[in-house]
Design a protein around this ligand. Structure first.
Ligand code: ZN
Ligand code: ZN
Length: 213
């Protein structure tokens, strides 16, 4: 149940959506490696979205030569596809190529679907006060997932208001620490003991990026 995974992630470090997403996409890759690499359903999804992005190429390189089966299928289908393009007039040729979605990565599409599902569940869970309390004590959402949650929550005003106020509070803490950092960087105050303000920029970086700590 994704709800349990979200609750669990709220008790751990980092953005809860990022961490459940990481877990779920690792599972997708695990299943791909163990079983789905030769399953016809997965193969036709790959055939329809045959671009492999840089990030997922790295994952596939780890799987190794069992993927020969996968690529034999794709290569054969592509030979058929290219043969069907042969001798077409340029308008027809470009139509057929555009229709073929040659620049979409199947793994990215799966990831996006999982991400949407987690955000939806997370927003629904925020209608409970218990989750709100848990969230307030957690590391909070990264910026990308905050805005995705706000989009999902647009019809539920108290949830968007909760997320907005909570984020302002978090950002004002980082802002205060950044100001303290500049204060202590001043040579006149350089003898003051250095503390958490030294790492405030990392909190900011985590907010603006995928929040993995
Ligand atoms: Zn996130
Ligand atoms: Zn990808």
């Amino acid at each position: 149940m994704v709800e349990y995974e979200i609750k669990d992630a709220l008790l751990k470090k980092g953005c809860p959506v990022c961490s459940v997403l990481k877990k779920r996409t690792d599972e997708v890759l695990w299943w791909f490696e163990k079983e789905n690499y030769h399953e016809i359903e997965t193969l036709s999804k790959l055939q329809n979205n045959p671009f492999i992005c840089e990030r997922h190429k790295k994952d596939l390189l780890e799987i190794g030569n069992t993927l020969s089966v996968t690529f034999e299928f794709l290569i054969e289908k592509d030979m058929e596809f290219l043969a069907s393009l042969s001798k077409l007039k340029s308008k027809k040729l470009s139509q057929k190529i555009r229709h073929s979605r040659f620049d979409t990565c199947m793994f990215c599409i799966l990831e996006k679907d999982i991400e949407r599902f987690i955000v939806e569940k997370f927003v629904a869970m925020l209608s409970e006060n218990e989750t709100k309390k848990l969230y307030a004590k957690s590391d909070g959402l990264c910026r990308k997932h905050l805005f995705e949650s706000l989009l999902k929550a647009e019809k539920v005003n108290d949830i968007s208001e909760f997320l907005i106020q909570d984020t302002i509070l978090r950002l004002s803490k980082i802002d205060k620490l950044l100001k303290e950092f500049f204060h202590k960087s001043d040579y006149r105050f350089s003898d003051e003991k250095k503390g958490e303000e030294q790492n405030a920029w990392i909190d900011a970086l985590n907010f603006y990026s995928t929040n993995k700590k």
